[in-house]
Every structure is written in structure tokens, then in C-alpha cells.
Write a new protein. Structure first.
Length: 139
């Protein structure tokens, strides 16, 4: 198994670059249960596959922010791009249901997963089952 740093290391992209979907899922698979979000992703995927099978899997999609990124303190090591996607079966979701999951009782975490897959809340994350194209380099 690779470390998270090895699995997640990527070169800076350029305008016109294609971003293949599924990178997050590959990272989770490469690091396995030692990844801090492995079990959360496993639970969200179980809820999706049983209750919302028409939604795209988080493990095989690409991700994009809807609108401006909503972080207070951006990580200066992260690359940020404006992207376009060809349309189709993208799914908007509220990524807040995924954050701060440590110590949350299982029943509440399942309800968070259901709310996420229903599309409840402020929709700020877009799950894209196809390729994204870089149209601008933000930083």
C-alpha cells in the first residue's frame, strides 16, 4: 500500500488538461483502512448504493466546487483550477455532511449520508462522473 502523500501527489495542471474521475476513490483504495476517511466513505457509499443507486459514486467521480471555494484558510500547497464539464449526470451535494464526522454516532452518520444523497443543504460540491477540463489556473 502507498502512503496518502504518494497516492495524492500530482503535478500542476495546465489550461486544457483533462482531469479523469475517480482520483479520490483510488486514494482511498490505495491507503485502505489507514486513511482517516476510509470508513466514512465506505458508509456513504453503502447508503448510496442501497438507497440512491441513481446517484454517482463518490469513489468514481471527479469533484468541483459550485461557485467560489468556501474555505476560510486555503491550503497554500493545493492547486486550484476553474473547470468545465460536458454536462450530464453530475450531482450537486452539500459537503458539510462529510466534515467533522469523527466521534459522530453511527445512526447520525447514516442520517448525514442520507441527507447528502438527497441533495439537502447548501449545494457546494459537484460530483462529476466524467472528465473535467481545466479552463483556468487560479493558483
Amino acid at each position: 500500500m502507498r502512503t496518502e502523500e504518494e497516492a495524492f501527489d500530482t503535478p500542476r495542471l495546465f489550461v486544457g488538461a483533462q482531469i479523469a474521475p475517480g482520483r479520490w476513490g483510488r486514494l482511498i483504495a490505495a491507503t485502505g483502512p489507514t486513511h482517516p476517511h476510509f470508513y466514512r466513505e465506505d458508509l456513504f457509499e453503502a447508503v448510496r448504493s442501497h438507497e440512491f443507486p441513481d446517484r454517482p459514486s463518490r469513489l468514481t467521480c471527479g469533484y468541483a466546487w459550485i461557485g467560489e471555494p468556501g474555505w476560510a484558510e486555503p491550503d497554500p500547497t493545493e492547486h486550484v483550477y476553474e473547470v468545465a464539464y460536458p454536462g450530464g449526470d453530475a450531482f450537486p451535494a452539500h459537503m458539510g455532511y462529510l466534515t467533522d464526522a469523527s466521534g459522530v454516532p453511527l445512526g447520525e452518520l447514516i442520517e448525514r449520508a442520507r441527507a447528502y444523497w438527497r441533495g439537502d443543504g447548501a449545494l457546494n460540491e459537484l460530483l462529476v462522473p466524467g472528465e473535467l477540463e481545466v479552463v483556468a489556473v487560479i493558483r
